[in-house]
Design a protein around this ligand. Sequence first.
Ligand code: PSV
Ligand code: MN
Length: 388
Amino acid sequence: MTTFESITPLLAQQAIELPSWAFGNSGTRFKVFGTPGTPRTPQEKIADAAQVNKYTGLSPTVALHIPWDKVDDYPALGAFAADHGVALGTINSNTFQDDDYKFGSLTHADPNIRQKAIDHHYECIDIMNATGSGDLKIWLADGTNYPGQQDLRARQDRLADSLAQIYSRIGATQRLVLEYKFFEPAFYHTDVPDWGTSYAQVVALGDRALVCLDTGHHAPGTNIEFIVMQLLRLGKLGSFDFNSRFYADDDLIVGAADPFQLFRILYEVIRGGGYGTDSSVAFMLDQCHNVEDKIPGQIRSVLNVQEMTARALLVDRAALDAAQNAGDVLGANGILMDAFYTDVRTDLAAWRESRGLDGDPMTAYAASGYQAHIAADRVGGQQASWGA
Ligand code: PSV
Ligand code: MN
């Protein structure tokens, strides 16, 4: 039996990066609802993200999205974050909101537009150098809607060439992570639709190019933990974008739709050496909060990851190994399920208190008055939003 006490040193190593855009307004193509207190500036997004870390101790860094979080002075933004107890993390590029990118960005047939997209990534690397960020995350909206619309092979070749140019600018301690997504906004084909394509592209670049796995970017029924296992086995899992989905790229709270899937993923992460300070696999959230309050939405999310991590760490690996080797099908399955069904919430609350945190971060945040304070304080200006 693995005890809760024995896993706390590993739990203490957990860090989950927050996306700045989770604090802005978001919605669907039908409606984006405004919310009182929504940040108007990158600084206000960072201040909100710091609240999540304050109550959970789980989220010491905030990812930025360029151009949404563009400022004149990045060292000053870093100092602002440090004053709030957090640091700046991954820089996310954006080549999906400019008219020039209607037919693609890094894959575009027009060399001028392709160069514009490459230059945007150079700008992101300059920002990384100013903020001390380690990761450049690339997600592309590139793809087509109709068979025959474009030459699939030529686009893949242009992508490889564009990525090589970007990679050549990445510093010795920096990484490029390439995210995949099987559809949307393009519906017939996406230029980086799956882990295999991302893997093929990053392998051609070099050691500091890795795959980013966004849990929401798979077809229903996909065995995501198998992909996790394979990428760790190949040494190419760079980072996670955590969220959950019911139907498409829903970007809902991680662990909300399928906690068991999250448990299975985290078990393979731990099994494959992708967890803890010894590992370079980065955990990040990539979520939007369309109808729920954003700060508690993020608190709930990191707590969900922590809970499922604890359960995955509780798996009795020695007993599981023995059962697997003995061909004990139901015994092996039972050992995994025993850990999954272990309610760790009371133990986690007591452990938090032993570390000077509130045992119940959701209630502590609600009682803090911060939500009412920002609602009263942040009047006027332009609320941040997906696409602002
Ligand atoms: C779009 O699908 C997306 O959600 C990707 O997952 C990116 O990581 C994110 O936007 C930020 O660009
Ligand atoms: Mn993502």
